[in-house]
Design a protein around this ligand. Structure first.
Ligand code: AP5
Length: 223
């Protein structure tokens, strides 16, 4: 049986990780593990984890490493991940998380990751995030300037409520960019030095970025 893939989507907030993730998992049949979605789920469910995470997320800061590493470690140990492989979206985000991930992958006998670095300018991400809209029902990602859907509208896929994320306010976006540059951008060099990075220009239409991502991935993974 072919080895299940481990794909990491690296990139600034708003680079388009969630948008491309959905297409990649369809193509490779692997599971989509988004730490942002898991944490937002915990916030909506009002769990202890959600209460802890919300204060960091709303401020645009990172949730503490030990919390996020624990969630991902548990998820990667599950049988479906071992069988189908995984696409990690929003993890790792710090050097400590990257080291922990390396150890977990070895523990659970998954291969070295393929890391897609989605490159986009700060100006573009600020524009994208301030106009992003999401569906509360199915989690679909929209953009006011593309689909014209706004807060309170109904999702065309599931009729769920369209909303704007609390961390897509101007002040939180600025903080998230600062945090990305300080804590996550160094991971590009970390994975580059291990020969695991695929750099992709994430500017252009969703479809043209998808073509570039798929071309880069299929060179490394086949398929
Ligand atoms: P998370 O949910 O991971 O947010 P993020 O990394 O900031 O990424 P985003 O979801 O904002 O953007 P994206 O790259 O997925 O872009 P999208 O596809 O939506 O994390 C949120 C918070 O959770 C963090 O701040 C932190 O507090 C916490 N957290 C999560 N993981 C953590 C971790 N590992 N450690 C610690 N804390 C953690 O696209 C954005 C918009 O652009 C959309 O409107 C979309 O339609 C549009 N768009 C997409 N592609 C294109 C394109 N090619 N052209 C034009 N528009 C486009």
């Amino acid at each position: 049986m072919a080895t299940p893939p481990v794909i990491i989507l690296l990139g600034a907030p708003g680079a388009g990780k969630g948008t491309q993730a959905k297409r990649i998992v369809e193509r490779y049949g692997c599971l989509h593990v988004s730490t942002g979605d898991m944490l937002r789920g915990a916030v909506s469910a009002g769990t202890e984890l959600g209460t802890l995470a919300k204060q960091f997320m709303d401020a645009g800061e990172l949730v503490p490493d030990e919390v996020v590493i624990g969630i991902v470690r548990d998820r990667l140990a599950e049988a479906d991940v071992q069988k189908r492989g995984v696409l990690l979206d929003g993890f790792p985000r710090t050097l400590a998380q990257a080291d922990a991930l390396g150890a977990v992958l070895e523990e659970v006998s998954l291969p070295l990751p393929v890391v897609v670095d989605m490159q986009v300018s700060e100006e573009e991400v600020v524009q994208r995030l301030s106009t992003r809209r999401m569906c509360r029902g199915c989690g679909s990602i929209y953009n006011l300037s593309r689909e014209g859907l706004d807060v309170g509208d109904a999702c065309p896929k599931c009729a769920g409520e369209i909303y704007q994320r609390d961390d897509d306010r101007a002040e939180a976006i600025r903080e998230r960019m600062k945090v990305y540059n300080a804590q996550t951008a160094p991971l590009v060099e970390y994975y580059q030095s291990r020969g695991l990075i695929l750099a992709v220009c994430a500017v252009g239409s969703v479809e043209s970025v998808n073509d570039c991502v798929m071309a880069a991935l299929s060179e490394r993974l086949g398929g």
